[in-house]
Write a protein that binds this ligand. Structure first.
Ligand SMILES: C[S@@+](CC[C@H](N)C(=O)[O-])C[C@H]1O[C@@H](n2cnc3c(N)ncnc32)[C@H](O)[C@@H]1O
Length: 249
């Protein structure tokens, strides 16, 4: 099994290694949803599949996740959702791959960053009912697409960087002792909930794609604008994926 990072959405931000890996797979396991992300994955594959290769696509039912869970129950609701995903994937790997067959999971951005594919595969292996080996092919992450788009380094000289979620930022604010905080998975503009003095924000949505939106500046000056632009984009497309770096001056 291959876990292949395919970059943050732009068809040019996929690596040569990933393209080769996709072309060498017998089966592409595709999460069975009809949203733009699935379509974008498909487009990336169609654009880059080496001539003469046509992996079979197997749709995997996606268990519903309870997103209403309160913060305290968040981890257990994710665990439960992963276990149900593991049920589906175990079946699929067992049934769809021959003894030496190769199945691929295409993962948005890089598979190591806020993605559960690796954890779910580990869970399937730990159950011991199907046996397989898996490798991970890295991808361009949204983090690196954002820093490149803004032409900024991620860290400052010998400085630490915290990578966190919007939920955590809203709960805990800017942490002490860290000047650079990269925030993902923020559905509610958590940057509006922190004291903005002395903080700059580098924000981007649909980064790396033709729809890319970028805004940067002192948080106090641009927070409202980002909230408005994000809201408009979401209303227009039905979904928005954004991330940002908060940098103390
Ligand atoms: C489930 S995480 C997956 C991250 C992914 N593995 C990566 O390496 O970027 C989804 C989050 O990644 C960020 N993200 C992914 N693609 C993005 C893009 N093209 N532009 C901005 N943010 C993106 C958003 O914060 C989104 O909420």
């Amino acid at each position: 099994v291959l876990v292949i990072g395919i970059g943050p959405g732009g068809p040019d931000q996929i690596t040569v290694q990933a393209i080769r890996a996709i072309g060498g797979a017998d089966v592409l396991f595709e999460i069975d949803r009809t949203d733009d992300l699935v379509l974008a994955r498909r487009e990336i594959c169609e654009r880059h599949l080496p001539p003469g290769t046509s992996p079979r696509v197997v749709a995997l039912a996606e268990p519903r996740r309870d997103r209403s869970a309160a913060a305290a129950a968040y981890v257990s609701s994710v665990d439960e959702w992963r276990a149900r995903r593991a049920d589906v994937w175990e079946q699929a790997i067992g049934h769809e791959l021959d003894g030496d067959g190769c199945g691929a999971f295409l993962v948005w951005g890089d598979p190591s960053l806020y993605d559960s594919t690796i954890a779910v595969l580990d869970q399937v292996l730990a159950r011991g009912r199907v046996r397989f080996e898996y490798d991970v092919v890295p991808g361009v992450s949204s983090l690196h697409a954002l820093t490149a788009a803004h032409r900024i380094p991620l860290n400052r000289v010998a400085g630490p960087v915290l990578i966190t979620t919007g939920r955590r930022l809203a709960e805990a604010g800017m942490p002490d002792g860290v000047g650079d905080v990269f925030v993902m998975l923020d559905g509610s503009c958590a940057f509006t909930a922190i004291a903005p003095d002395g903080i700059a924000i580098y924000w981007g949505a649909y980064v790396g794609t033709s729809e890319q939106l970028l805004i940067a500046g002192p948080l106090a000056a641009v927070a409202d604008q980002i909230e408005r632009v994000r809201g408009d984009a979401r209303a227009r497309r039905g979904w928005v994926m954004d991330c940002y770096l908060l940098r103390r001056s």
